[in-house]
Design a protein around this ligand. Structure first.
Ligand SMILES: C[S@@+](CC[C@H](N)C(=O)[O-])C[C@H]1O[C@@H](n2cnc3c(N)ncnc32)[C@H](O)[C@@H]1O
Length: 287
């Protein structure tokens, strides 16, 4: 049900609406890129959910969302953000780019409350949130060729090798992302984990409908021959985990870009930069 119809509804209906938005995310037949952490929602976040949820929170649905209707009829460009965490970056970008509309997805309830609070404090009107697995939102709610941009900032890096299969950016997901972009639309990712940056680079460069906007060439440093997929793994149809090919390891690749001015640095990121840690931004265009 589009959000615009839910404004000003009876408190009882409001409870049903909230239950719908905070329903357990239970599907277990695929490896997920997140683990639902037990985190307390503060009183301020809860108040924001109660007061602003009916206007800004869109329940998950199994069919395509009318994006223009979801943004009260706005025909401004539609940018999707996946995994907004506590929403500080999302709110700053939405305030800066008031001529764009932002649909932001997160699974963590306190994060949803925190961003709704920022929406209220900053009087933002160009943001809508969905509390659900972004993979299913892309599959079910977003039509092909419907987005003008996608942001994915600091996706969980899943450091340990045995957890790499949980990383969001795998070949199949890249195809799904690309399919939802309009021609000429952009995809912007940032990460502070070098090995994940290289995985992103190789997986995205391999997607024929995307063009890397970087003019710099880079060599792969964090993968080795020990990480290559075995013939057996490649032969399995269900094999989903990213593994580089020998050719990819040996070649140079179109690489990273300077941080675009609209992406603010986070406190956490600034601390890392001071300690000498890297941050890698990747920007692609759909051809
Ligand atoms: C490391 S945090 C980064 C948060 C934020 N983008 C930032 O830069 O501070 C990654 C976030 O992505 C969310 N996330 C991971 N997989 C997701 C998915 N499939 N759908 C929605 N959110 C997801 C996690 O819950 C987590 O809050």
């Amino acid at each position: 049900m589009p959000i615009v119809r839910l404004v000003g509804i009876h408190p009882f209906q409001n409870k049903l609406f909230k239950d719908k938005c905070f329903v357990n995310i239970t599907r277990t037949d695929r490896i997920r890129s997140f683990v639902l952490r037990a985190g307390r929602t503060t009183a301020g976040q809860q108040r924001a959910i109660d007061e602003l949820g009916p206007k800004f929170l869109i329940p998950f649905q199994e069919y395509a969302l009318d994006l223009q209707q979801a943004f009260s009829g706005s025909s401004h460009p539609k940018i999707l953000e996946i995994g907004f965490g506590m929403g500080e970056t999302t709110a700053k970008i939405a305030a800066l780019r008031s001529d764009d509309d932002f649909l932001a997805i997160e699974v963590h309830p306190p994060g949803v409350g925190a961003l709704l609070k920022l929406i209220g404090e900053n009087n933002l009107t160009n943001l809508r949130l969905i509390r659900h697995d972004a993979v299913e939102v892309l599959e079910k709610m977003l039509a092909p060729n419907s987005l003008d941009g996608i942001h994915i900032y600091f996706a969980d890096p899943w450091h340990k090798k045995r957890h790499h299969k949980r990383r969001l950016i795998q070949a199949e997901f890249v195809k799904l992302l690309a399919s939802r972009l309009k021609p000429e639309a952009y995809l912007h990712l940032a990460t502070d984990w070098h090995n994940y940056a290289e995985q992103m680079l190789l997986a995205l460069n391999a997607e024929s409908s995307l063009v890397n906007t970087s003019t710099k060439q880079t060599a792969i440093e964090t993968f080795s021959a020990a990480d290559l997929a075995s013939d057996l793994e490649l032969a399995k149809e269900s094999f989903k985990e990213f593994k580089p090919s020998l050719q990819q390891l040996d070649a140079k690749h179109p690489g990273y870009v300077e941080r675009p001015a609209y992406r603010p640095t986070t406190k956490f990121e600034n601390r890392g930069i001071k300690l000498g840690h890297g941050v890698w931004d990747l920007v692609y265009k759909k051809n």
